[in-house]
Ligand binder design. Structure first.
Ligand code: GLA
Length: 393
């Protein structure tokens, strides 16, 4: 899938996507009843809104504990609705938006840690680890932050990394240092100012080195073992991955720490193929880097025409589609388990189909990419993951 971010950009600007507030025109979770399903129950009859995970022998996170940790992207304002389900299904949290610069320090010197702290406290209370997301992301860089001389901008970045990495050092085991810093234009290495990166506008090609260097210093100051990642979409595409690996080699050659590549994994029913994924993993590993699957969701639309911006017509999430998606999730996790030695974590990008950014990207259209349905009931994909053989812890 070739991601074109124009639509998201508009929605982000309007504060809609990042606030996660484009609900579906569908029954809300709170309207559903509350009975835990048996493992064999179909998603049609199962109901478990907002409660703990369905009664399986083990939680999904425990099922994969011998392979990798299993994470969920979460907003603090969903903890009331999804806290129990989160704690009983997953053992890792990513702040969907709360740790981004635009949320933490939208205005100079005015820090807002409330949502990030709420998520971190939840993780602490439930012995979950967090993925820090993200120190630098071009979409969440306030204008004030990127103004001034390169030295001033580097210093600001240093302070920001130090504040974030220190504050959550006890609960995070890795950070996305740079998110989406590589250009989608094949001939161009980095996402530059014309593609929306104000920090690239300020620091140019030095941006990755500055970002990873200040993050490394901040980690050292904590005395903790916190891995530093580059994170991006379409990492399975050869040209884009090669650029990311070239950047990583440049950092390592300069003595700057980078530990891994996060493959965002906004995928669909057919793309990427199993072979493409295996090649992606092999290349990252050959470069001496760890792999994480950082933002997994499986769109049910595979026939969009990205070149012409013509989107596949909305389809109902019928049983056949649910079963096909379950098989696809199973296929993906089989690949992850096969490569578990190199994969540190797998994070699902959202709890239920009722709230997914894919309802508005690349166009407004109901999508069903997650493990729980519109009423927070486990889907066939959820149950299929228990069929993936994963070694005991
Ligand atoms: C990117 C970012 C995420 C999130 C998604 C859209 O993948 O890395 O933090 O904003 O876009 O939900």
């Amino acid at each position: 899938m070739r991601l074109n971010r124009t639509t998201t950009s508009l929605l982000l600007t309007a504060g809609l996507v990042s606030a996660g507030c484009i609900p579906k025109q569908k029954p809300s979770a709170s309207a559903a009843s509350s009975v835990a399903p048996e493992p064999s129950a179909s998603s049609e009859t199962a109901a478990n809104p907002s409660g703990p995970a369905p009664a399986m022998e083990k939680s999904l996170a425990q099922h994969f504990a011998g392979s990798f940790s299993l994470g969920i992207a979460m907003e603090a304002f969903y903890l009331e609705q999804w806290g129990a389900l989160t704690a009983s299904t997953f053992n890792r949290l990513t702040a969907e938006n709360a740790m981004k610069l635009g949320q933490i320090q939208k205005m100079k010197g005015k820090y807002d840690f409330e949502a990030a702290d709420a998520l971190a406290n939840f993780a602490r209370e439930h012995s979950m680890k967090m993925t820090g997301h993200a120190i630098v992301w071009y979409r969440e860089t306030p204008t004030w932050f990127a103004g001034g001389s390169p030295e001033e901008v580097s210093e600001r970045l240093k302070q920001h990394a130090a504040v974030m990495i220190e504050r959550y050092a006890d609960v995070t085991d890795n950070w996305d240092v740079l998110n989406e810093g590589i250009s989608d234009t094949d001939s161009k290495m980095y996402r530059d100012a014309s593609e929306g990166s104000k920090l690239y506008g300020a620091l140019g090609d030095k941006l990755p080195a500055v970002a990873f260097q200040v993050a490394e210093e901040a980690v050292k100051a904590t005395g903790k073992d916190i891995d530093l990642y580059y994170n991006d979409y379409n990492m399975w595409q050869t040209v884009k991955l090669d650029k990311a690996l070239k950047m990583a080699k440049g950092l390592k050659d300069a003595g700057i720490r980078i530990d891994g590549i996060g493959a965002q994994a906004h995928w669909n029913m057919t793309s990427p193929t199993a072979d493409q994924l295996q090649t992606m993993i092999d290349k990252i590993v050959a470069a001496g880097l760890k792999v994480k699957i950082s933002e997994l969701d499986v769109s049910v639309y595979s026939n969009d025409d990205w070149g012409n911006e013509v989107w596949e017509k909305e389809r109902p999430f019928d049983d056949a589609l649910a079963q096909a998606q379950a098989a696809r999730y199973k296929e993906l996790f089989e690949i992850f388990v096969k490569n578990a030695q190199h994969i540190t974590s797998v994070t699902i990008w959202g709890m239920s189909d009722n709230k997914t950014w894919l309802d508005s990207f690349p166009t407004k259209r109901n999508n069903y990419p997650l493990l729980f349905d519109d009423n927070d009931k486990p889907k066939p994909a959820y149950f299929a993951l228990f069929e993936v053989a994963s070694p005991a812890q």
